[in-house]
Design a protein around this ligand. Sequence first.
Ligand SMILES: Nc1nc2c(c(=O)[nH]1)N[C@H]1C(S)=C(S)[C@@H](COP(=O)(O)O)O[C@H]1N2
Ligand SMILES: [Mo]
Length: 208
Amino acid sequence: MGVLDTRKTRREREDELRKQGRLPAGQSLTDEFPVLTYGPTPRFNPAAWDLRLFGTITHELRWDWETFQQLPTVQITTDIHCVTRWSKFDTVWEGVQFKHIAELAGMKPETKHIIAHCDYGYTTNVPVEDMLRDNVLLAYKFDGQPLDPEHGGPLRTLVPHLYFWKSAKFVRALEFSVEDKPGFWEVNGYHNYGDPFKEERYSRRGFF
Ligand SMILES: Nc1nc2c(c(=O)[nH]1)N[C@H]1C(S)=C(S)[C@@H](COP(=O)(O)O)O[C@H]1N2
Ligand SMILES: [Mo]
């Protein structure tokens, strides 16, 4: 079981992860799955749900829940890191690769940033080259089960190599953009990029 073996002490497991280069500075391991949502958790109504793509693409697309689930999925195992200092290891997710969605939409070459838009107005921005990585998903299963509403169900983005605020819960639209558009936390003082291995937690702007 390696780092998931709970017979070992947390200290032993963290030392092991540090040796493997998997525990970023200032983070500690958790076996829980904390919930961090600003505002309410939306109620999922499959009949009204849609996912919309707009901006610098040749085909503006819109899927309803049933058709979205027919897109090909992949399963990945990855570590995740929250700016509030917990990291969770070997988490298992299933969803549609963003790069597949970008291809279906006919993403134009001038696209530089992807902005995720969520229920209740949460947004977050990620550079397009980061979104195109194999591990970046529109995820709807966690641990083999439908994603809990608290964790972003029915659908969230998963950008595991950046702090977890970049992984947008209850996502409803993806905007393809030439300009950067800092999102909810980015305009409120979080770092614009958010690499956990460089401890890019906060920017100088904002109230932190
Ligand atoms: N729509 C939406 N997505 C969101 C958030 C949010 O408040 N609303 N919080 C972000 C933050 S700050 C974190 S750390 C993670 C938390 O995900 P979790 O609740 O599944 O742990 O979701 C991110 N995505
Ligand atoms: Mo967060």
